[in-house]
Design a protein around this ligand. Structure first.
Ligand code: AMP
Length: 281
């Protein structure tokens, strides 16, 4: 596996691949790789292409300084996983290499679907995601990019970026959420939970599934009552629910039309660990 640590070397590497007419499959990550990340890499490996993974903990997307400072860095272990999974290239840039000269990648106004959910509760989060994703995409020049459905609002932003800045020339593959043995959506932050806490956190998806079943049987109009019930259950387990919303999957709004596809979105805190999840209705 090639390991590249500067933007200049990366640009050179990509130019070479393009000269050889190679397609590029790209999986951006913040490291501390788990099976969720690996599933993205395995999807990328299905294309006849070079697979490039980046590890960059983006300080601009952390609204909480201590969350950034506590973010796990496990480079040695990550390297082993990337090699086992036959990744062709790891891009592991130093912080300033990516953060310098970002002015051209600032967004003036985020699209409306970023005003709710994580966009509402994490000020400047998506502005930070936008800038770094634009910079990385320009550098890596990918044909295929892989993102997780767990971060659904982020995946919608990527779709927006590809449409507006890359003329839909990049293929976006959104991969399903991988869960641990308790049902908890995998996340690098889960390392800060004990096994007991992970079992408790598995009630998040259980509550979403309960809501889904009841909505299937009795319709979306029941959601407000179901929401209250679920929040009560999760609070009894010691979690604090930041949001629990039923929104359309395309625009993340509340418009009611029987042709709409809906999803339920949730963010909770268990101790100081923030967990998100979602479920299609
Ligand atoms: P992160 O390293 O947390 O920035 O995540 C990198 C990519 O992995 C993002 O596209 C995430 O949506 C995706 N991802 C994170 N957790 C999971 C999961 N449990 N299942 C599938 N994809 C995931």
């Amino acid at each position: 596996m090639d390991i590249i640590t500067t933007s200049a070397k990366m640009a050179e590497y990509i130019t070479n691949l393009k000269k050889q007419k190679c397609k590029i499959s790209y999986v951006p990550t913040m490291g501390d790789l788990h099976d969720g990340h690996i599933s993205l890499i395995q999807s990328a490996k299905k294309e006849k292409s070079k697979t490039i993974v980046s590890i960059f903990v983006n300080p601009l997307q952390f609204n909480d300084k201590s969350d950034y400072e506590n973010y796990p860095v496990t480079t040695e272990k990550d390297l082993e996983k990337l090699i086992v999974n036959n990744v062709d290239c790891l891009f592991l840039p130093a912080k300033n290499n990516i953060l310098d000269n970002l002015e051209e990648y600032k967004i003036n106004k985020l699209p409306d679907f970023l005003n709710c959910l994580c966009g509402k509760f994490r000020p400047n989060h998506f502005e930070g995601v936008y800038s770094i994703v634009r910079k990385l995409f320009d550098l890596v020049n990918p044909d295929y990019v892989y993102f997780g459905e767990k971060d659904y609002q982020q995946a919608l932003l990527i779709k927006h970026i590809i449409k507006n800045s890359y003329n839909n020339k990049i293929n976006l593959i959104i991969c399903e959420t991988i869960r641990d043995e308790f049902g908890l959506a995998m996340s690098s932050r889960n390392n800060r939970l004990s096994n007991q806490q992970k079992k408790i956190a598995s009630n998040i998806i259980k509550e979403l599934m309960k809501i889904r079943t009841k909505i299937h049987n009795e319709g979306v109009s029941l959601f407000n009552d179901l929401r209250k019930e679920a929040i009560k259950v999760l609070e009894e387990f010691g979690m604090r629910v930041e949001y629990l919303e039923l929104l359309t999957s395309e625009k993340l709004d509340k418009s009611e039309d029987k042709n709409n596809n809906y999803m339920i979105f949730i963010a909770v805190y268990l101790s100081d660990v923030r967990l998100i999840d979602n479920l299609k209705i």
